[in-house]
Design a protein around this ligand. Structure first.
Ligand code: CP
Length: 309
């Protein structure tokens, strides 16, 4: 297969196992490029990309911008906090105004689930979802799987547990779709109050006991508690959360094998993982960030080749 089955990357739910394989093969080539002394290629020289961030971001925004520049695209950046959205402009008006400046692709982060899908019905440009509320964060899941493949050789057949605030996590949902497509075994672990009611219908098992989950897995993807998406208390206190669902080095050392630790960031050190775990060789957190650039270059390159047809 040499092209993606989709025009937009709105979520892992909408793509195939073959799409993921093509993205990873393409990312392998770009990873080699970004480790050369000259890290830039002319692939997207005639493409203009708008990065529209209606919600805060550090890693995703910088990673997309770097990926676009490494591909020689023209890039414009929009941040809702400094825009006319504050004056009451709608999403479609904002985007149509930006697109009238001859933009080919839109990378969008938005607090509302489904914002990318909604936009794709109203505009011609190719859209990449950079996180839509608690729904999906497809490029995060792709770079997570790519990093597992890099560390363990394959994703298929591996036991992966996602730990923490599953209810509010777009990273969890996109990872579940991506891991299941590639044949991984997936469990979720965290307080019962932070488990969506539908979760088992996605083909994952719920394990409320962290030690049992860690004993079972090859990889633990540790998630942050998303306090900004909570309007009520889901557990008694942060201290109790950490006692039950936090991972420290003593806990990892007490297991009879060495597991891989992942985290999408931002980390709340001392809450879901301690610094001695985050900064250890068992953690591939910075590899995930590095791989994010190559994976996003691959996604943008493959979507742009569909525009050029
Ligand atoms: N992982 C991730 O999405 O981080 P940011 O919110 O900093 O982009």
């Amino acid at each position: 297969m040499s092209e993606l089955s989709v025009k937009h990357l709105l979520g892992i739910k909408y793509i195939t196992k073959e799409d993921i394989e093509l993205i990873f093969q393409t990312a392998d080539n770009f990873k080699e490029v970004i480790n050369r002394p000259i890290k830039k290629v002319p692939s997207l020289r005639d493409i203009t990309i708008a990065n529209l961030f209606f919600e805060n971001s550090t890693r995703t925004k910088l990673s997309f911008e770097l990926a676009e520049k490494r591909l020689s695209a023209d890039v414009i950046n929009f941040s809702a906090a400094a825009s006319s959205v504050k004056k009451g402009e709608t999403l479609i008006d904002t985007v149509n105004n930006i697109l009238s400046m001859k933009v080919d692709m839109v990378v969008m982060r938005h607090p509302n689930p489904g914002a990318g899908v909604f936009l794709s019905k109203h505009i011609d440009a190719s859209i990449v979802n950079a996180g839509d509320g608690a729904h999906e964060h497809p490029t995060q899941a792709l770079l997570d799987s790519y990093s597992i493949r890099e560390r363990l050789g394959d994703v298929g057949g591996k036991n992966v547990v996602i730990v923490g605030d599953i209810l509010h996590s777009r990273v969890a949902l996109s990872n579940i779709y991506a891991l299941k497509l590639q044949g991984a075994n997936v469990k979720v672990c965290g307080p019962k109050t932070l488990m969506p009611k539908y979760i088992e219908s996605l083909g994952v098992e719920v394990e409320l006991d962290l030690r049992k989950a860690l004993e079972w897995c090859d990889v633990a993807n540790m998630l942050r508690v998303q306090n900004e998406r909570m309007d009520i208390s889901y557990f008694p206190s942060t201290r109790e959360y950490t006692q039950q669902y936090g991972v420290d080095k003593a806990l990892l050392n007490s297991l009879d094998k060495e597991i891989v630790i992942m985290h999408p960031g931002p980390i709340n050190r001392g809450v879901e993982i301690t610094s001695d775990v985050a900064d250890s060789d068992q953690a591939i957190i910075l590899n995930q960030v590095e791989n994010g650039v190559a994976v996003r270059m691959a996604v943008l390159y493959l979507l742009a080749s569909k525009i050029k047809q």
